[in-house]
Design a binder for this molecule. Sequence first.
Ligand code: 2IT
Length: 450
Amino acid sequence: MNSYVASVIEYVKQRHANEPEFVQTVEEVLSSISPVIDAHPEYEKADLLKRMVEPERMFTFRVVWCDDAGQWHTNIGYRCQFNGAIGPYKGGLRFQKNVYPGIIKFLGFEQTFKNSLTGLPIGGGKGGSDFDPAGKSEAEIMRFCQSFMTALYRYIGPDIDVPAGDMGVGGREIGYLFGQYRRLKGVWENGVLTGKGFSYGGSLTRPEATGYGAMYYLQEVLKHEGEDIKGKTIACAGFGNVTWGICKKANHLGAKVVTLSGPDGYIYDPDGVSSSQEKIDYLVTMRNSGRNRVQDYADKFGVEFHPGEKPWGVKVDVIMPSAMQNDVHMEHAKQIAANGIKYYIEVANMPTTNDALQFLREQPGMIVAPSKAVNAGGVGVSALEMSQNSERLVWTAEEVDAQLRKMMENIHRVSVEAAEEYGLGYDLVSGANIAGFKKVAEAMMEQGCF
Ligand code: 2IT
């Protein structure tokens, strides 16, 4: 590895020892771009990497809210404006009780390269709160969102920073956040948030975009291997928005999603979760119930439920970890390899531990695709939502879908080309990191040192 790259990784390890998720993503990205640093000594001269691993700005804020029983609570809000070289900061808000600076920073760093890969002018950002939405009433959620936006609204804007949803933040929360922004500013700036409802500036296909995009990307990989998506079996995780989108598209394309997971275990449905509208709709019912249990699916449709286990031991054609970070560990990776699975397509942000990812990438014949490319369709369609908002236009679902499909083809193609340029062969992980990095690096260099 390039010695400058190694020194920056070491620096981040020391400086962020208490933020393992951030260290993990920095290590993954920087080791991939090592050959680019070899080829561009001017980057080391400008100490570009040290600047890239430091957010431009990251702040916390107090979020105070009152529950239905009249009890007051204080949570911490975060926004990390990681890199604005290629466009306004853009990235989701995560409301989950495990949120702390290391999670927000890792997501902001990933987002920078992902957003670059979309080919659209969006910088990287992320935010959220340690607020736990589980079991909260509608009114509590609204008061929390209003308080959150009251603290954040001065620091965002359509040309400054455009938040969206992530775990725990869906259309309902975006609605409350947007309503409060509008109330405070007295302006209809619908480009300030994405993932809005269609009645007030949202884009058609945004809810489906991450899952659809992942399936379009998978199609590109299969095309490269001379295979067809029809009839392929897929193991997914979680039962949230992304998995729902994958199931919908799998249904259109004749592929079969056979597993879902939750904190309680996983379900195996050999006929396919994606096989009927009723089953696909039930994912939304489970999500809205707030019970956070996947066993409900097994009970309703009479399929196998495996308590306390993850679905990575199931024999399928394609693995798509689509739930959360660090969901696939070394023991699972070994099982995946032993099962002879050829396609390992990451979907959630950093779903694989670094050692497991390394192991999978080394398996002969296995194709590994990285989440920052595979899930980029979500933020990509967010950028299309921003375009529609600034044009005061509404695109049809077909127009958005065609753009999304083109975007995913393009992300796959530029990743392949970037890896080939550095003699790495069909290496989608390195290729995505290199392609994402190149544009941000060039923009930073051309804008001078700051
Ligand atoms: O991880 C992600 O890319 C998101 N949560 C979506 C971000 C966005 O701005 O749409």
